[in-house]
Structure formats: C-alpha cells, structure tokens
Design a protein around this ligand. Sequence first.
Ligand code: 2AM
Ligand code: CA
Ligand code: CA
Ligand code: CA
Length: 297
Amino acid sequence: MTSLEVYLDFATSLAQECGQIILEASITRYSKTKKVYEKHGNSSDLVTETDKMVEELIRSRIISKFPEHRFIGEETTAAGHQCELTNDPTWIVDPIDGTTNFVHGFPFVAVCIGLTINKEPVVGAIFNPFLNQLFTARKGNGAYLNLNTKLPLSHPNPPPILPSNLSQCLIVTEYGSDRSPMVIGKKVQSIHNMVSKSGNVNSSNKNAGSVHGVRSLGSAALGIMEVVKGEADIFWEIGCWEWDVTAAIIILREAGGLIVSGNGPNEEPVDILGRKYLAVRAGSPFWLENCGMLLKR
Ligand code: 2AM
Ligand code: CA
Ligand code: CA
Ligand code: CA
C-alpha cells in the first residue's frame, strides 16, 4: 500500500465512524450532545457538544496514528486565529460542516477530513450520514461516491444538462455566519446579480434570467459535492474556511473540476487559507471567466 492509500483508508473509516456518532447524537434532539451554544454571542454561529466531541476524537486518532503530522480543526482553532499551513502533512478537519442543519435536523451535515502535503490537498473524505453519502479521493486515483461509484456521476436520471452558457448554470453559495450588514449586503447584491433579469452580462437576451438558480444547502463542503456530482455547476463562497474546503478540493479535482480563489479565473492555484472559493464542475473552463465577470460586479 502507498502512503496515500493508507491515509485515505484511515480518513474514510474515521469519517464513517464519526458520521455514525453524529447520526446517533441527532436522534435525541434535546440530549446533552445536542446542547446548542452560540459562538461569541452570534445567534447564527452555533456549536454543539457533538462538534467538539467529534473533533477531539479525530484529533486524538490522528495524534496516535501519525504523531509527526500536523492538525488544524475548526473547534480547536481560536476565533480570529490565522492558521499556518506548512509543507508537513497536515490534517484539516471540520467535525460537523452544517452545524445549523444538524441542530434543526436538515439533512445536509457532513464530517470533513482532508490531508495536505506540501500545502496541497492529497486525500479527502467527506461523509453525510443522514443521506448516507461518502465522498472520497486521493491524488491521482479519481473520486468516488460510496467507494465504488466514480465521480462525476455519469448516469443520473435525468442526465445532467451541460451548460453552454452561464445563464444555464445552477449555482450553490452560502450565507455564512457573519451577518454584519456589509458582508451580507455584498452577498445579497451578488445573488441579486445572479438571479436578476439584467444580471447576466454575457446574455444577449436581456429578459433571460441570469442563471437557472441559486441554492444554499447550509454545508459548504456538501455544496461543493453537488458540483462534484454534476448536479450543480458552480460553487461560489466568500467567508468559509480551510476546513470546509480541503477535503472537498481534492475530491473536486479528482472528479475533473476546477477551483480558484476569489471571484476571478486568474487565481489558480487556489489559496486554501484565502477564504474565497469559486469551484466549477468538470467541463468547460469558460464558466470561470463568465462567472468571474458576473460575481465581480
Ligand atoms: P459550519 O457549519 O461548519 O459552521 C453555511 O453557513 C456553511 O458555511 C457551512 O458550511 C458553515 O460551516 C460555513 N460557515 C460557517 N461560518 C461561516 C462564515 N463566517 N462565512 C461563510 N461560511 C461560513
Ligand atoms: Ca461553525
Ligand atoms: Ca464548516
Ligand atoms: Ca463545523
């Protein structure tokens, strides 16, 4: 077995184990494990005992199995702290992506375990125990759903529309937990640009809607997985974190997708710590140029 195979096996079984814990914790809605706390008094930034417990489990497993590796996790990172990414093997973990969904029982909740080497994501496992969907990839070996279905999906029913224009795209984005008027105002303006009749700068038909639709799942990682599957075309988000995207980046790339930083097409390779991500599914990179133009306005 190569070392990447060992790392992916480890990440996959850990994600499955943690998914089971998350599922069980969610069954008793008002149990201690689902006690909800607001982070820094922000009512849209939640954390539960399960977030903390799962992260601690993952961290301790990594420390005992790979003591020389580094670890970055959402719940062990102090607020406002800028994580440092080195060339060392570094596990970047979100114990629960979609905490608000977890609290409400909305079934888009995932544990995300990614590994970077030389600052590049090389292994990723993302598991949604509510929908029983496991996404895995290691560098050079393709991406898989539930271990044996190759990604992107090739035979969904009906088959995916391959857009020839941005106006035919389904876009996924998130509102995030920072609800300050400036941050949310920019986000809403961008969404307005995407959906308004005059929003598509590339459309010759000014009455055409700008894009087919904009979706928000409450889990950035699972939003990117929709792009990986080919069920959405573009994921765009400013404000999410390295633990939301590290596992997703390698899965997306192994499924033929592209991810860049920020709003535009000229920023590859993506800055993992940059908190601005624009991902497109396998297919024509023209989307990048077009959506860059749209989102910048
Ligand atoms: P979380 O559930 O792990 O906190 C919906 O808000 C999505 O964005 C989730 O993936 C959520 O991760 C993530 N997120 C959390 N805080 C955010 C922020 N300040 N800006 C953008 N996304 C954020
Ligand atoms: Ca959070
Ligand atoms: Ca997250
Ligand atoms: Ca989280």
